[in-house]
Design a binder for this molecule. Structure first.
Ligand code: ZN
Length: 286
């Protein structure tokens, strides 16, 4: 098995919203804001081949399905989806992908599933040969969003996934398509049923998604303003980090612009940190 980080389109988002109740005097040292108080974020996926004999993409980033005015409002960089060229750089194309695993259906994680915006045309689904793996609780939430996070979902996406005939809902720790090579963990602090993929067992990789979107959020009290239940997320994060450290599993970050993967550690004071940070994953053997 080999893994590659796959860059989707970058995004600039309000720094205060990304850091919840952390004072700006602290977070601006972790991630420098621009003149509009926005911070640069990646929307990164992970490609792994040979997973139960399949080529698998974990998340698709934000894509370019929004009309230009919304693309500007959400600070999305680029006028086309970067995903195909990032896959190409790793030696793959869309048709090679046998499964796309989605931690949840917020647009910055699932928007890359959709074809790019075109005047007067509804977007369609990319990845013609892939099964789309979505956690059952995250799917239910996307079909019936709460007013608080309704704007984070793409109304046209659930019908497209359902009508594809290739949607696979997951409610246990494994899936029919990926077998024992990928074990799922679920978390409710960010959104109901956020699905975290642990790939390759001990010594492998964990795609943390929005449980830990980047290095600053490894520190236990740091949560996002977008999280539903920050205290619950903190409790879930502690349990998750303890297990990842014990099993020597590296963390893959979707939103950290500078760091794709790092090893979680804990210092003598009990504070969680990272080591062995790398800006990209290139044909990493698993
Ligand atoms: Zn999210």
């Amino acid at each position: 098995m080999h893994a590659w980080s796959i860059d989707g389109n970058a995004q600039r988002l309000d720094g205060g919203a990304m850091f919840g109740n952390v004072p700006r005097a602290l977070w601006q040292d972790w991630l420098a804001p621009d003149e509009h108080h926005r911070v640069s974020l990646a929307c990164r996926g992970l490609l792994v081949d040979g997973l139960n004999g399949r080529t698998v993409l974990f998340e698709t980033g934000i894509g370019a399905f929004f009309e230009p005015a919304l693309r500007r409002r959400f600070g999305i960089e680029g006028d086309h989806n970067r995903l195909p060229e990032s896959l190409g750089a790793a030696g793959f194309n869309e048709a090679d992908i046998d499964a796309v695993v989605l931690s949840h259906l917020h647009f910055d994680h699932a928007g890359g599933l959709l074809t790019d915006w075109q005047e007067g045309r509804e977007p369609g689904l990319r990845f013609p040969n892939a099964r789309y793996l979505v956690g059952a609780a995250a799917w239910a939430r996307a079909c019936r969003p709460h007013p608080r996070d309704r704007a984070s979902f793409i109304p046209s996406l659930p019908p497209l996934l359902k009508d594809s005939g290739r949607l696979e809902l997951i409610d246990g720790d494994t899936s029919a398509t990926l077998g024992a090579d990928v074990r799922f963990r679920f978390s409710d602090g960010h959104t109901p049923g956020l699905m975290i993929s642990v790939i390759g067992g001990d010594g492998g990789l964990a795609f943390c998604s929005d449980l830990i979107p980047g290095r600053p959020w490894v520190h236990l009290p740091v949560t996002m303003g977008f999280d539903r239940y920050p205290e619950r997320l903190i409790d879930e994060k502690r349990v998750f980090l303890d297990e990842m450290i014990a099993r020597d599993i590296r963390l893959v970050f979707t939103h950290d612009a500078e760091c794709a993967v790092a090893t979680p550690t804990q210092d003598e004071q009990g504070r969680y940190r990272v080591a062995n940070e790398a800006p990209a994953i290139v044909a990493m053997e698993l």
